[in-house]
Write a protein that binds this ligand. Structure first.
Ligand code: GDP
Length: 530
């Protein structure tokens, strides 16, 4: 990734990012503090309270509340300094990784939050690898430094080793646990002191002439200062210094130390994202890529959320603008159907609440309420037939058959399942043989979510049952070869929710057999949404 000096200022000031972390590392707390600094709300505690109130109000997902997991991603925008931040929330639970993957196609950078006592945990590692696939720039925040944490070198080593990325300290913690007093801001030669008494206060910051400044001793107790100076000497010798180009190409991550709960280190992280984080980037598309500075508007749907408000049965398509300056009321071409859509009530997700968007720029996320025309992967343009690429659909790892509790309601069930398929919440397969549907998901929890949503939103009790099949592959190849293959394997053939042919498998052996017996047919585990 590179920043483009020619970007219009409104676009150049945008930072669109996601937070990746293991549950409990502090993502929610950090988000609250971002919003606190962003001036979006008065008191940081309100995000959670507000989020809960909104969910109860919309009664959107009882499960989300019951289990305390965030099932669906949302987007939030806020200003800080000269910059406009768009934070796209990723679902934290590992069962929703496909959703997470697509969310990461809509951002230009990720903030990786780790717990200072725990280091790199499994979910962080998985999410990091997804970011790596796209060479996303990553900024690291080592949280909970107010508690006993690991040795600073050990934390940095662990990230370097486990994630194979260069780590450069942007700040350095002074003291550990109860003795933690703050950080030295290496990039700006400042000492940031943490105030434990007031968690919503912006930390005190004192400027120095480098680490040799004798004034440091006035603020740092002697035994901590000695250790700090020793460590910083070692760090200089052993660790790379910050190289902006390496941060942008994803091969180096700067790390800040702090305590989200105490609002400490958060501002430095935001400044870091502004200074070293990427501007809105070029979007890959066919037949040509889309550059953010193009005057015409283009954008793509990376998420669809249905029934955010059950009274309206609406769906909101989350659209990342890839280029141009969008204004409310604009007519955009829906490339897949070649139809025009007047975007009259787009929503901007300001931290306070949903709000009508009068305008938006490349890099922003807007919500477009619609009745199902907009699907994941769809491109909107001012007329040109461009299609954004790189938004994948994964073969599900778990399959179950699904039946309506009342057999007379099979048609209703089909409608409900198709809706969830379009939302990206599940894959729905209609086998050539037999009745009923086979539903595929990436994580087991999704079956429960689906069952409870179908009951809640459609009043349809459903049963999910084990299926003889365990996985599915899309079938590709010359028509003759595919037809022959399909005719000879009818028991395994189904069509997916887009009408594409899939091969349902029981064992790896099934796939090996096809590879051996049908060299002209290709089975794939991913397909591009279009
Ligand atoms: P998430 O699951 O990643 O969203 O994590 P949360 O933000 O909900 O935080 C998990 C727990 O860690 C909560 O009990 C927080 O109060 C706590 N926590 C978050 N940040 C800090 C911090 O800087 N210091 C301490 N001691 N606890 C924190």
């Amino acid at each position: 990734m590179t920043n483009r000096p020619e970007l219009p200022p409104e676009i150049a000031r945008r930072r669109t990012f996601a937070i990746i972390s293991h549950p409990d590392a502090g993502k929610t707390t950090l988000t609250e503090k971002f919003l606190l600094y962003g001036g979006a709300i008065q008191m940081a505690g309100q995000v959670r309270a507000k989020g809960e109130a909104r969910r109860t109000r919309s009664d959107f997902m009882q499960m989300e509340k019951d289990r305390g997991i965030s099932v669906s991603a949302s987007a939030m925008s806020f200003d800080f300094g000269k910059y406009r931040y768009n934070l796209v929330d990723t679902p934290g639970h590992s069962d929703f990784s496909e959703d997470t993957y697509r969310t990461l196609t809509a951002v230009d950078a990720a903030v990786m939050v780790i717990d200072g006592a725990k280091g790199v945990e499994s979910q962080t590692q998985k999410l990091f690898e997804v970011c790596r696939l796209r060479d996303l720039p990553i900024l690291t925040f080592c949280n909970k430094m107010d508690r006993e944490s690991r040795d600073t070198f050990e934390i940095i080593d662990e990230i370097q080793e486990n994630l194979a990325i260069d780590v450069t300290p942007a700040s350095w913690p002074i003291g550990v646990g109860r003795e933690f007093i703050g950080c030295y801001d290496i990039l700006r030669d400042r000492l940031e002191l943490m105030d434990r008494a007031d968690r919503n206060k912006i930390a005190e910051s004192i400027e120095f002439n480098g680490i040799d400044d004798p004034k440091l001793a006035e603020h740092v107790p002697a035994h901590l200062l000695e250790k700090f100076l020793e460590e910083i000497e070692m760090a200089k010798e052993l660790l790379p210094t910050l190289d902006p180009a390496s941060v942008l190409n994803g091969s180096m991550t700067p790390i800040w130390f702090g305590s989200a709960m105490n609002s400490f280190g958060v501002k430095e992280l935001m400044d870091g994202l502004a200074t070293y984080g990427p501007e809105p980037q070029v979007q890959s598309a066919e037949p040509r890529n889309i550059a953010p500075e193009e005057s015409k508007v283009a954008g793509f749907v990376f998420k669809v959320q249905a029934n955010m408000d059950p009274k309206h049965r609406d769906r909101v398509a989350f659209v990342r603008l890839a280029s141009g300056h969008f204004e409310r009321g604009m007519k955009l071409t829906h490339v897949r159907s070649k139809k025009q859509m007047a975007i009259t009530n787009p929503v901007l997700f300001l931290a306070s609440d949903r709000e009508l968007a009068e305008e938006a720029w490349a890099g922003d996320i807007i919500g477009i309420p619609n009745h199902g025309q907009l699907r994941i992967g769809d491109t909107l343009t001012e007329g040109e037939a461009i299609r954004v690429t790189g938004i994948p659909s994964f073969a599900p790892e778990l399959l179950q058959s699904c039946r309506a509790g009342d057999p007379m309601k099979a048609k209703h069930l089909e409608k409900a399942l198709m809706q969830f398929a379009e939302e990206g919440a599940a894959k729905v397969f209609k086998p050539t043989f037999g009745s009923g549907f086979i539903v595929g998901v990436v994580g087991a929890l999704q079956f429960e979510v689906l069952a409870s949503r179908i009951e809640l939103e459609y009043g349809l009790p459903v049963r999910f049952e084990g299926s003889q099949f365990t996985s599915a592959r899309w079938v590709a190849g010359e028509k003759d070869a595919v037809d022959k293959f399909v005719a000879a394997n009818k028991q395994h053939i189904a069509t997916d929710n887009d009408g594409d042919t899939v091969f349902l498998t029981r064992l790896q052996w099934d796939i090996d057999r096809v590879v051996r017996d049908y060299p002209d047919v290709k089975l794939t585990a991913t397909k591009e949404m279009m």
